[in-house]
Ligand binder design. Structure first.
Ligand SMILES: Nc1ncnc2c1ncn2[C@@H]1O[C@H](COP(=O)(O)OP(=O)(O)OP(=O)(O)O)[C@@H](O)[C@H]1O
Length: 511
């Protein structure tokens, strides 16, 4: 460990904030600090050290590092590493178990859904609709309310109260319902006993809270951290204000800054970088962290990459200048049964090629409930690799594998799904070693030797430098993408992306 990391990991401050740039070893530090807190500072505590972060991939990364460094028992009960969603569920469950909140159907199940996609009764057809949600009254009764609002395609919701109630009483719910009810409970104006109970739960179960990627916290997450502070639980937060990416989940860097200032967190700066092995990357990462102008290069002919990053999955599927295998599907892809079969097929190819789980597998598995996935996909996989097999052969085989009748209109693949299969056939049949394709969100916290970034707003001209603005979400996404490479990053211009969001304008200055 560097001296700066050692100082940060072994700080005995009640509240500390470690501020550091990309590749400076923040996650490394969070894992070191976890061991110090668990085995030294709080070795006699009955409550646990809890590490908390955002995406499931980030949670896995942090937990793996802690297991490797400190042994599997270091994260055993009462210690844990979890996502904020998991923490919200635990707190709500505590309120239910104490009889303070009455949940429809009684109990909150262990595995909330990510979304209501394909749940009977939930709709994602865009348009102005009556939309059901949960409310909490001061007696602790959770009931169903509704509002008329515009439904957005990727966010299905219930429009009928009875359908919603029967899904809830069957034990289903999404993280969204949990967040809504917990946020209402934490709002002290409703009834102070909810907030008192939450502080009691935190004080009894957590002896130290370590928050990684702190600038992704939303208002509910900061309220949970504030409740821990009010319960006298020591807190360490680690973060880089430039790496706040979860705007769609309501991340609020300004609320995080407010939390740090109002509670007088001890700020520990951790300079230095451990990721970068070339002057080019050291210079680029330092300019990015300081908000200074920087230049980027286009790839040279034939240059190879370990990973290709893009703002969204669609840009990766639309790219045909390089051989890239995206580990996820465009968000606009329909969620029907035939498309779900394609998602499972992609999952097998990605697993075989890169040894990782592709995005969207959980939802597709829920739709098709395969009995023996490996043998069901044996024939479609063989046809995918057989250059004599046509696109129609693969669709028929996929339908057959999951018992979907052929020649039924609703099981016909849609235009976008067909385009994705054609691209997959092309990549699988013409390259032995395609690059892994990921979105910037999926790449957060990870690193590779050589990175190619697909972007439409950065200038790659030798006459211009780019300047990013920390207050722009899409600029922060560019920052994360450009700082993932150990030795080199190149930028390939994408002219337009018909499906995904475009980053907002980046300021260019002449050099
Ligand atoms: N003291 C150290 N000695 C050797 N390697 C280190 C040290 N600290 C960190 N590293 C390595 O440097 C790389 C970057 O570390 P880490 O992922 O923790 O950085 P980070 O600050 O969380 O990055 P980012 O926020 O940009 O994702 C990793 O490969 C990590 O193992």
């Amino acid at each position: 460990m560097s001296t700066a990391q050692l100082r940060a990991a072994t700080s005995n401050a009640q509240l500390s904030y470690v501020n550091a740039g990309p590749g400076s070893g923040k996650t490394f530090l969070a894992s070191e600090a976890f061991g110090y807190l668990r085995f030294v500072r709080h070795r006699h505590a009955a409550a646990g050290v809890v590490g908390v972060t955002f995406a499931r991939s980030a949670r896995r990364e942090l937990e793996n590092r802690i297991r490797v460094r400190w042994g599997a028992r270091s994260v055993g009960w009462p210690n844990s590493v979890c996502t904020f969603d998991e923490m919200h569920r635990r707190l709500l469950r505590y309120l239910i178990s104490q009889g303070l909140i009455v949940w429809p159907g009684g109990a909150l199940l262990d595995r909330p859904l990510d979304s209501w996609a394909l749940h009977p009764g939930a709709t994602s057809k865009p348009g102005k609709k009556r939309k059901c949600f949960l409310t909490l009254d001061e007696e602790g009764l959770v009931s169903i309310g509704w509002t008329t609002s515009k439904l957005l395609a990727p966010n299905p919701a219930f429009t009928d109260r009875n359908d919603f109630l029967s899904a809830l009483t069957d034990g289903h719910c999404t993280h969204n319902e949990i967040r809504n009810v917990l946020a209402a409970a934490m709002d002290g104006s409703l009834h102070p006993r909810f907030a008192d109970a939450i502080r009691e739960c935190l004080a009894g179960s957590v002896c130290h809270l370590v928050v990684d990627e702190a600038f992704d916290m939303n208002l509910l997450d900061t309220a949970v951290v504030q409740a821990a502070i009010d319960a006298n639980v020591p807190v360490t937060v680690v973060g880089d204000p430039w790496q706040s990416l979860y705007e769609f989940r309501g991340s609020s860097p300004s609320a995080v800054q407010k939390l740090l200032v109002e509670n007088r967190f001890l700020r520990i700066d951790m300079p230095g970088s451990h990721r970068y092995s070339t002057c080019e990357m050291l210079k680029l990462a330092s300019a990015l962290f300081r908000g200074e102008p920087f230049q980027v290069l286009e790839p040279a002919d034939g240059e190879e990459f370990d990973v290709v990053l893009a703002h969204d999955w669609s840009a990766l599927w639309a790219e045909d200048r390089i051989s890239v295998l995206p580990a996820g599907v465009p968000s606009k892809l329909d969620r029907g049964r035939t498309t779900s079969a394609f998602v499972l097929l992609l999952g097998e190819v990605v697993q075989a090629q890169f040894g990782i789980e592709s995005s969207g597998l959980v939802a597709a598995t829920r739709v098709l409930e395969p009995s023996d996935l490996a043998s069901q996909l044996e024939e479609p996989l063989a046809l995918l690799r057989d250059s004599a097999a046509t696109e129609d052969d693969i669709w028929s085989s996929l339908k057959g594998a999951f018992g979907l009748p052929c020649n039924v209109k609703k099981h016909e693949p849609k235009k976008l799904a067909k385009r994705c299969l054609r691209r997959l056939m092309d990549v699988v049949r013409h390259t032995d070693h395609p690059a892994l394709g990921l979105t910037v969100h999926q790449a957060k916290g990870l690193e590779w030797e050589r990175v190619l970034f697909l972007d439409g707003a950065l200038s790659v001209s030798p006459r211009f430098a780019n300047v990013l603005d920390v207050n722009e979400g899409s600029h922060r996404s560019v920052y994360v993408a450009l700082t993932r490479a150990r030795s080199s990053v190149r930028v390939l211009k994408v002219v337009s992306d018909p499906y995904g969001a475009q980053p907002s304008q980046i300021h260019h200055v002449a050099v």
